[in-house]
Design a binder for this molecule. Sequence first.
Ligand SMILES: Nc1ncnc2c1ncn2[C@@H]1O[C@H](COP(=O)(O)OP(=O)(O)OP(=O)(O)O)[C@@H](O)[C@H]1O
Ligand SMILES: [Mg+2]
Length: 405
Amino acid sequence: MMATSHLPVLDVDRLIDDRRTRIIVCCGSGGVGKTTIAAAIGLRAAEHGRHAVVLTVDPARRLAQSMGLTSLDNTPRLVHGVPPRATHPAEGNGAGPAGSMHAMMLDMKRTFDEIVEAHADPDRAAQILANPFYQSLSSSFAGTQEYMAMEKLGQLRRADEWDLIVVDTPPSRSALDFLDAPQRLGRFLDGKLLRLLTAPAKLGGRAYMRFLNAGFGMVTGVLTKILGTQVLRDVQTFVSALDTMFGGFRERAEYTYQLLRAPGTAFLVIAAPEDDALREASYFVERLDQERMPLAGLILNRVQRLPAAHLSAARSLAAAEVLQASGPDLGSSSADPGEEAGRLLAIAALRLHADQTQLAAAQRRMAEHFTAAHPLVPVTEIPAQPEDVHDLDGLRVIGQAFAVG
Ligand SMILES: Nc1ncnc2c1ncn2[C@@H]1O[C@H](COP(=O)(O)OP(=O)(O)OP(=O)(O)O)[C@@H](O)[C@H]1O
Ligand SMILES: [Mg+2]
């Protein structure tokens, strides 16, 4: 299927059909097709008899609607219109087992709120939820979305209602963000800065002043100047209210981290056949390796298929030029309008053919560059569709590219 056929081919269907696969994480840089591919994998897995849940982040509205996701309620919903595949080659003849697909949209703030509600008594929870610092942290702290995606993954895994969880990752500037998020948030909540900030709450007013004068004052003084007293006070009350949950956060981050490393987990790095996306994919592959996280392979999405005709770009362009030159003289009235329209169409078709051939060749060079650097990483391709993917049929077409051979 790849032009570079000597390279290992990523068999997504085999991954989906292997019952030991429990979590598939789709990651990659912004806009490469993570959400689309995660949904397509969930659908295909359901049609292959698995009970799949797809955790999406910010799906396009029409795609969300096609999966029956009309509100951001943070709970998996059954996706209707997912028939089980009639026959399943891997299991001989006869009807395949019935599967199911659930999908949900991540609500980052709601997920954070739920953790607070689950871990603090009602009064304390109310106090935290109302805290302005909490409110801004839960909706805008860099990495909160990544952290919450991972948190939700942990919850879905613990619920154990699905045999396959497909995780879409947030549109981070860097594809690595979500790997770091659990620890970053853990470090943040557990860090020196916060301990410094909570000290006053523990020491009380006067003692705090002595504490400040004992050398920490400069730091806190600068902070007060930057943040303002009110914000600082908010942070302090927030953190002391959250104090009891610190351990919880650290444990959860650790749990998710281990989950990502578990044998049933597979990472798919998604990239467009473009320099930036592939460079990001390279970093990601290396990072997963360092973290000993199980990489299944690279999905090259939106690949320009090489046009069928065996006509090179150069010859195609040359033919277009000949046709162009053979046009009627300007102002000539002798040209047959039908013939003239045909000539113009042929020129356009030849130019399009040349463009597509050149694009396909450029994409192949970039893919080969990637595989030269990572010869052991299996790769598969998904053709560029003529339009956006916004319904189940569109997802099915994407899923068909997962069949090897
Ligand atoms: N193979 C494809 N052919 C044509 N269009 C595609 C293909 N894959 C994805 N798209 C379209 O590309 C756009 C971006 O896809 P998608 O939202 O899945 O990317 P993403 O990686 O999740 O983006 P973000 O990083 O913003 O979350 C969507 O409009 C989608 O329909
Ligand atoms: Mg997305």
